[in-house]
Design a protein around this ligand. Structure first.
Ligand code: MOS
Length: 757
């Protein structure tokens, strides 16, 4: 059979979409305002509003709530507090959400005791938002105030080893050799203490819940701002003794999360409680200051000791961290382990402790533990490179690990060396004068160049998806995953389109509804990989059904061909061996007479591979700063961020993830700090005016490089995830560049003007 091949492989195929910089499918809805967030959904009947009242004291007990005064205001419906909180199921008093650490989760309005400043103490429900807010503002509450302690530095003696209990938390690696002896004897050494205070997630969208009371028993549609609808559903169903049918959670769009929305937040509890009690639709939205009342990157003190021999080889690594947590939960981050993965030495010691304070529980915040741990590590490594007389980049390459020393396992892939080389080439690192204070620009500003590396987990979680192919040729795939702005909608559409060889326009991906197949919370950089594999598997199942149907057609060109030998390209099934043996999907559907084909797909971790291998993404950040010595101002004028994170499904959305991470690294380095007034035990800059984050004027040139890795072991689809890796290294690279510019080593973040003087 001689025939012209319709689509030679060199031609761009409509369905060849993975790895292409495709625009977000939900972009038009977001920019036109059609995308609805949790506080924007309409409900079936009238809507009432709940306004949260927060405790002004950090520790004590509520003695009196003058609810009757505000209940006298026409339109006020109810004041909920510990005095009248309905008896809840509390099926399991120790019930924990998927991301909860060890301890006993905070239960809003459950007891009169105050455990942290801004603790929610009452919910005022009224017929309008303004009325609820007004009534909440005049609600008088009396407290017995007790002495609080929110001071980490003065509570070091109460530190204890961080217990296990949180999914994903790795205890510090075991020590090796004789740290003290090696450190004492080494010719080159560094000992430093690194400090950062609390930082708060500041997503644009505030935590909000709209409960649509459907008037059919206890049935509710609950629109919630969360990074994981299924996690919220489990929590709500358990606490209130509801069936999943009664508590459907919907979260179509999430206006930023960064970890703040991993755990169900208290507004969803309050809104559902009020709806159940009043049998009415309710909306509860936190205000901006209440956004500082939960979850934050904990204030952490870190100590590092590093030593190298005459040739610059690391001989000793010690990394200790102490973080704050609440009185009722032990929030844990993986802080020090990165120092045992990125570098190796014959003598090591690692330690990670917590201290309980009268604060709310901290939470995961983008690259939790690693963002701060790598700041300390990569600052100390930089310092040691100068002591050892090596270029900071050369020193890192000299101490490069080809296996993961923390677990003595090979990496599934690690192209950090190529990140260093490609990043350095793009940055122009070879033109660097190694001496501090040696470079100036044409205006006389001090110029500093710094580098730092980062490492993050490439992990897979259990996820499921469903695919439906209808007779009109449209493929609809769904999974109850989330998109907090990362690009999940578009990359899952790409995955489905590529797997079945359909154009993007014929594929729809839906998410954020607990009626869909379950998926994990969106976090840990695991969504692309976990949900992506589930989507691929669901689509492949459809593919198998299509092949079977295609082979039922008389004189089928695909007769006798196995599924493994079939490709799906441009709306056709074709035999790999001879692509002229081809059938259009539309023709298969028409011939079959089926109205639709449906299939489920699942994915999850591979425990055997996890035992054998270490799975990580890496990056190297190169930074140029300019410092005005007279004013002490620091400008980050250039960043090259080179990332090795497996296969990149969409270079446009992936680049945006790394850009965002880079901006946040800059923000962490130079601006962010939630200031805790220890006399009041209260964060005092809980607003956008006083909690400093970068604006456009602070951001200059940022270059992103992806060093792609072929890695079918870390994940079945070759993806490692890019949600967090871009943030790593950036803060340390900035501090290192500031040292190179000024000769001043700052070990405390944020690196504000006063610390340079
Ligand atoms: Mo991210 S801190 O895993 O939401």
């Amino acid at each position: 059979m001689s025939q012209t091949i319709a689509t030679p492989p060199t031609v761009r195929l409509d369905s060849d979409v993975i790895g292409k910089p495709i625009n977000r499918t939900e972009g038009p809805a977001k920019v036109s305002g059609a995308a609805k967030y949790a506080a924007e959904f309409d409900v079936t009947g009238p809507l009432w509003y709940g306004y949260i009242v927060s405790s002004p004291v950090a520790k004590g007990k509520i003695t009196k709530i003058h609810a009757e005064e505000v209940l006298a205001i026409p339109g006020v419906q109810r004041v909920f507090s510990h005095e009248n909180v309905p008896s809840l199921a509390w099926f399991d008093r120790a019930y924990k959400d998927d991301v909860a650490p060890g301890g006993s989760p905070f239960r809003p309005l459950h007891e009169p005791e105050i455990m942290f400043s801004q603790q929610p103490v009452a919910l005022v429900v009224a017929e309008t938002f303004e009325l609820a807010r007004y009534a909440a503002s005049v609600l008088r509450i009396e407290y017995d105030v007790e002495k609080h302690n929110t001071d980490l530095e003065s509570s070091i003696d109460e530190a204890f080893d961080a217990p296990k209990g949180k999914t994903g938390f790795l205890p510090p690696p075991k020590p090796k050799g004789d740290m003290n002896k090696a450190f004492a004897e080494a010719p080159h050494k560094v000992a430093g203490e690194y400090i950062h205070r609390a930082q708060h997630h500041n997503p644009m969208e505030m935590f909000a819940t709209t409960v649509d009371w459907l008037g059919d028993g206890k049935k509710m549609k609950i629109y919630d701002k969360t990074q994981g609808a299924p996690n919220v559903q489990q929590y709500i169903a358990k606490i209130f003794g509801l069936s999943k049918d009664e508590a459907r959670i919907i979260s179509k769009y999430t206006g930023g999360g960064f970890g703040a929305g991993l755990r169900p937040q208290y507004q969803v509890f309050l809104a559902v409680m009020a709806a159940l009690e009043l049998e009415h639709s309710i909306r509860v939205v936190m205000n901006r200051s209440q956004m500082f009342s939960m979850g934050y990157r904990p204030h952490t003190l870190q100590k590092l000791r590093l030593a190298a021999d005459d040739l610059g080889h690391l001989q000793a690594i010690e990394h200790k961290a102490l973080a704050e947590t609440s009185q009722f939960e032990n929030e844990t981050e993986t802080v020090v382990n990165w120092s045992a993965i990125l570098y190796d030495a014959p003598n090591t010691n690692f330690d990670y402790q917590l201290t309980k304070l009268d604060l709310n529980t901290p939470a995961d915040m983008r690259a939790p533990g690693a963002a701060t741990g790598s700041f300390a590590l990569e600052s100390a490594i930089d310092e040691l490179s100068y002591k050892a007389g090596k270029d900071p980049l050369e020193f890192r390459l000299l101490n490069y690990t080809y296996e993961d020393p923390s677990e003595n396992k090979p990496f599934t892939s690690k192209r950090l060396d190529d990140c260093y080389h490609e990043g350095a080439a793009r940055f122009g690192w070879e033109k660097r004068n190694p001496a501090p204070r040696s470079m100036r620009d044409e205006k006389g500003l001090l110029v500093g160049w710094g580098v730092a590396a980062g490492c993050w987990d490439a992990s897979t979680q259990k996820a499921a998806a469903k695919a439906v192919l209808t007779a009109d040729g449209h493929l609809t795939v769904s999974s109850a995953t989330n998109d907090q702005g990362a690009g999940t909608y578009v990359i899952m559409t790409q995955m489905a389109a590529q797997t079945l060889g359909l154009p993007m326009s014929q594929v729809t991906f839906n998410l954020g509804d607990t009626d869909m197949p379950a998926a994990p919370v969106q976090g840990g950089s695991w969504t692309a990989n976990s949900v992506g594999a589930a989507v691929k598997n669901a689509c492949q199942e459809i593919g198998k059904k299509l092949l079977k149907l295609a082979q039922k057609i008389d004189d089928s060109p695909l007769a006798g061909v196995d599924f493994e030998d079939v490709q799906f390209v441009d709306g056709h099934l074709r035999a790999n061996e001879d692509i002229t043996r081809s059938v259009a999907i539309a023709d298969v559907l028409a011939a079959s007479g089926e109205a639709k084909l449906e299939a489920d797909g699942k994915a999850g971790p591979n425990p055997l591979n996890m035992l054998k291998y270490s799975m990580h993404s890496h990056n190297a950040a190169f930074v140029e700063v300019k410092v005005d010595e007279d004013l002490g101002t620091i400008h980050v004028t250039r960043v090259v961020n080179a990332v090795a994170a497996g296969r990149i499904m969409n270079p446009k959305t992936a680049r945006s993830q790394v850009l965002g991470g880079t901006v946040w690294g800059l923000s962490m380095a130079l601006m962010e700090e939630t200031y805790l007034n220890k006399d009041f035990g209260r964060y005092v800059n809980h607003n956008y005016a006083e909690y400093h984050i970068p604006t456009n004027a602070d951001i200059h040139k940022i270059d992103v490089i992806f060093v792609e890795e072929e890695d079918d072991i870390a994940s079945s689809i070759g993806v490692k995830g890019v949600g967090e890796i871009g943030m790593l290294g950036v803060a340390a690279a900035i501090a290192n560049a500031v040292y190179h510019a000024t000769g001043k080593r700052v070990r405390e973040l944020p690196l504000t003007i006063d610390k340079l003087l």
